[in-house]
Design a protein around this ligand. Structure first.
Ligand code: ADP
Ligand code: MG
Length: 541
């Protein structure tokens, strides 16, 4: 037997669990069932796709409670783990963004004493330490001969690991429950009704039987296959939690069903908050793919474009091969068609929200607008629907405006949509470029997201109105006078400046652009903007 130490981050997370900072302890069972369900999916898939020899005729999850011994065991006959995998998967937290998660959790628990925030993260296996003072995990990986592995810990810094000679294929997790709390002695996690209640509540849709004794506790109905009117919000929300590990309720739920030559069903969720890793390259993205109710893969990027990567959900396609690989998926015509339809549906759902529920729309755009705008670079076909759901900060007020709103307010004779990019609202508002526009009452969009520098060049116009940076070239507020302005007394000064600035400027000229500032730098119409120049330089180009 070996005694090993938890990795530092894992230890910190465990500390939070052991000291029970989250009030809803019931979720530990959901987490264990969810892991078992994943393990069963993996085994079925390994057999199907890699030809692993395994008995998959009775894949299931089993719950066993012993009131006397105060133990609760959750057992599955899924893929199992090797010894190395146990050390890696259970002894460390390999997930990206964990450090950030921990900081947030700690801030939250210190600040408010309120720790509902923890529910917003998938704490997974460690949540067992909220209710147990010792956890024993016995596992045997399918396809490995010989013995299994036994892991045990009290959640305090170390764990032991040992061979388990007779362990059957699969995994069992036994919780040695903490002594009952005087305060919440209303129930015990070995109570039959309590277990039923939790399973029904959080895990009803799990597609494998969850058994206790001879009884199956869950209905196993695929939620996406049921008509919307028959599913409660609570059921949708639980399912969303299962697939997303996000505990805040989704902002919007989308059901789709296509019949005919190519059949599929989809259940999509738009979250109500951006995940902390929305802009990290290695973040998980994509949808779950099922074929006729059989789970095929997680994170299928082929089903949804990158700019909608925050959308969660399931696509169940009827006519794909169960053996389909990621490589084939990329080229599959049907998948491309589904993807186009999903995009269309998501964008139109947001558009509907703008009028039906402006508050929800505002939340959506605040959380995800920055990602959605990336679509203006990658999908020329969707410029129009994306621009229609976009909104922007504006000199016209404190609330963001849509382009339609802007166009409606355009001044008589104004033909273009004016914008200025920069790093912050105040920087843009105080820019010398803004002076003449402010003076003459023109509204200017304030674009401060990094992606704004780029998409404005990719989008020619909105409803025939050109998008025009007020920092570039000559924006003729006073038609063409700029160019023709006689130099008069300023001739020598302009010559002097040109000579002094030499290589650093192309031209020095008089302008109506400014009212209070003495001078400003202007780019040529087709030069890149200073911020973009900076970005390219940072990217090493
Ligand atoms: P997550 O499920 O989000 O990855 P968990 O903490 O719940 O995080 O589990 C960590 C990992 O441990 C899982 O990803 C899985 O690889 C492994 N694991 C947990 N439970 C089981 C199980 N019952 N069977 C096989 N592997 C498991
Ligand atoms: Mg898990």
């Amino acid at each position: 037997m070996e005694t090993l130490e938890f990795q530092a981050e894992a230890r910190q997370l465990l500390q939070l669990m052991v000291h029970s900072i989250y009030s809803n302890k019931d979720i530990f069972l959901r987490e264990l069932i969810s892991n078992s369900s994943d393990a069963l999916d993996k085994l079925r898939l390994a057999k199907l796709q890699d030809g692993l020899e395994a008995d998959t005729s009775d894949l299931h999850i089993e719950i066993e409670a012993d009131a006397e011994a105060r133990t609760l065991t959750i057992r599955d006959n899924g893929i199992g783990m090797t010894r190395d995998e146990v050390v890696e998967l259970i002894g460390t937290i390999a997930k990206s963004g964990t450090a950030e998660l921990l900081t947030k959790l700690k801030e939250a628990s210190e600040a408010k004493g309120d720790t509902e925030l923890i529910g917003q993260f998938g704490v997974g296996f460690y949540s067992t330490f909220m209710v147990a003072d010792k956890v024993t995990l016995v596992t045997h990986k399918a396809g490995t001969e010989g013995h299994g592995t036994r892991w045990e810990s009290a959640g305090e810094g170390t764990y032991t690991i040992d061979d388990a000679p007779d362990a059957p294929v699969g995994t069992s997790v036994t919780l040695h429950l903490r002594p009952k709390d005087e305060d919440d002695a209303l129930y015990d996690y070995t109570d039959d009704w309590k277990i039923r209640e939790i399973v029904k509540r959080y895990s009803d849709f799990i597609s494998f039987p969850i058994r206790k004794g001879d009884e199956t506790l869950n209905s196993m109905k695929a939620l996406w296959a049921r008509p919307r009117s028959e599913v409660t919000d609570e059921e949708y929300h639980q399912f969303y939690r299962h697939i997303s590990h996000d505990w805040t309720d989704p902002l919007e739920i989308i059901n789709m069903k296509a019949e005919g030559t190519f059949e599929y069903e989809a259940l999509l969720f738009i979250p109500s908050r951006a995940p902390h890793d929305l802009f990290q390259r290695d973040a998980r993205r994509g949808l779950q793919l099922y074929v006729k109710r059989v789970f095929i893969m997680d994170d299928s990027k082929e089903l949804i474009p990158d700019y909608l990567r925050f959308v969660k959900g399931v696509v169940d396609a009827a006519d794909l091969s169960l053996n389909i690989s990621r490589e084939i998926l990329q080229q599959d015509r049907h998948i491309q068609m589904i993807r186009r339809r999903l995009v269309k549906k998501v964008l139109s759902t947001i558009k509907d929200l703008m009028s039906s529920n402006p508050e929800k729309y505002a939340t959506f755009w605040r959380e995800f607008g920055r990602a959605v705008k990336e679509g203006l670079l990658s999908e020329p076909d969707n410029h129009k629907p994306i621009l229609e759901i976009a909104s922007f900060a504006t000199t016209g007020g404190t609330e963001p405006t849509t382009l339609a709103g802007y166009v409606e307010r355009m001044k008589e004779g104004q033909e273009e949509i004016y914008f200025l990019t920069g790093e912050s609202r105040s920087q843009v508002e105080n820019s010398p470029h803004m002076e003449a526009f402010r003076e003459q009452g023109y509204e200017v969009l304030i674009l401060t997201d990094p992606v704004d520098e780029i998409w404005v060049d990719a989008v020619p116009d909105y409803e025939g109105k050109k998008l025009r940076s007020i920092a570039r070239g000559s924006v003729d507020l006073k038609k063409d006078e700029e160019e023709k302005e006689p130099e008069g007394d300023f001739g020598p000064l302009l010559g002097f400046l040109k000579e002094k600035l030499d290589e650093r400027v192309k031209e020095v000229r008089l302008s109506h652009r400014l009212t209070t500032s003495a001078a400003c730098l202007v780019s040529d119409s087709d030069d890149i903007t200073p911020a973009l120049e900076k970005m390219y330089r940072a990217m090493g180009q």
